[in-house]
Design a binder for this molecule. Structure first.
Ligand SMILES: N[C@@H](CC=O)C(=O)O
Length: 344
């Protein structure tokens, strides 16, 4: 089976990851790339300032970049991945879904809209059925699915595993890599020899998206989980890989062995980009580390370590590759789920 796919906003940092991950994908064939008007008409090689750690696949370098407009995308594209800046995506994504395209988007707009599924396949794949409500309400032939913010994705699979004990309160402090801010996000003068204890809007995203992802779906709407999440987000001088320190309090008292068991039981899916296991637990207390562990499972695994019981609940560290599991890989996995569930 081969599904023709396109990328909206294919020249930026996440767009480049999409291309890297789609090169040789078993089920998806990349046939269209769009970008800003400045890039339209150029070859991808000319348009993109390529910075991913593998060469531009030759066949991609020759693709002509198109305008980000439904008229410019060929009709035989079955699925679109979006890595547009959120301000652009807010305007443009609905044009594609109205025109009948199915869009799996990493952009942050509309993630919290009531009729937009926010999905991590291993956590809440059943929320995809919210698309029926979305199509009814909006009159779209297409559909829009979002994946959460990278820092949320790093933590939520571990929280989903612990929720069997009744999650009540979560505190999290993040150490986020510079690639999360994009290539032009923080300058070297700002971040070398430094930590920036603020990432605009990030804490609210972690607090609200987590509750939606962990919520239950009754076939009509999502009932957001009532867990209290407090986040403190920090930019650190690593390139890729968000490390997070988590304290989780549950209704039932648990020890570190209970947590290990829950993490080991986290679901693995039969989808091309799904890692097995989903969560890798380290016993060595100085792991996971971004440089050593961000590419586990092709960058799709969640690494956990440093488990200990504290007066503030179970403490642990978790890590994921922010532009793979936290962005392009997340949208790709949602695309694979959309295909499996018959939405594409
Ligand atoms: N909003 C995130 C993006 C993820 O990589 C960040 O700023 O790190």
């Amino acid at each position: 089976m081969s599904v023709n796919v396109g990328i909206l906003g294919g020249t930026g940092a996440v767009g480049q990851r999409f291309i890297q991950l789609l090169d040789g994908h078993s089920d998806f064939e990349l046939v269209a790339i769009t970008a800003s008007d400045d890039s339209a008409g150029k070859s991808y090689r000319e348009a993109a300032k390529w910075r991913v750690d593998s060469p531009i696949p030759d066949w991609v370098g020759d693709i002509e970049v198109r305008e980000t407009d439904p008229q410019a995308v060929p009709d035989d594209v079955d699925l679109l991945f979006s890595s547009l800046p959120s301000g652009v995506a807010e305007v443009v994504e609905p044009r594609f879904t109205e025109a009948g395209y199915v869009v799996s988007s990493n952009s942050s707009n509309s993630r919290m809209a009531d009729d937009v599924p926010l999905v991590i396949p291993e956590v809440n794949g059943e929320h995809l059925d919210l698309l029926e409500v979305q199509q009814d309400e909006r009159g779209w032939d297409g559909a829009l699915v979002k994946n959460p913010n990278c820092s949320t994705i790093t933590m939520v699979p571990t929280l989903a595993a612990l929720d069997r004990f009744g999650l009540e309160t979560v505190h999290v402090s993040t150490l986020q890599a510079v690639s999360g801010a994009g290539y032009d996000g923080v300058t070297s003068m700002e971040i070398i020899d430094n930590v920036i204890p603020h990432i605009g809007g990030e804490e609210l995203k972690m607090e609200t998206e987590s509750r939606k992802l962990l919520g239950s779906f009754d076939g009509t709407e999502i009932d957001h989980h009532d867990v209290n999440v407090s986040a403190s987000c920090n930019r650190v001088p690593t390139l890729d890989g968000h490390l997070e320190n988590v304290w989780a309090e549950t209704r039932k008292d648990i020890d570190t062995d209970d947590a290990r068991g829950a993490f080991a039981d986290a679901p693995t899916l039969d989808l091309p980009s799904a890692p097995d296991p989903l969560i890798e637990v380290f016993e060595n207390p100085d792991r996971p580390q971004p440089r050593l562990d961000r590419t586990l499972g092709g960058g799709m695994q969640i690494a956990v370590g440093g488990l200990q019981n504290t007066p503030s609940g179970l403490q642990y560290n978790c890590l994921a590759h922010n532009t793979i599991r936290g962005a392009a890989g997340a949208s790709l996995l949602n695309g694979e789920l959309l295909v499996r569930e018959g939405w594409v």
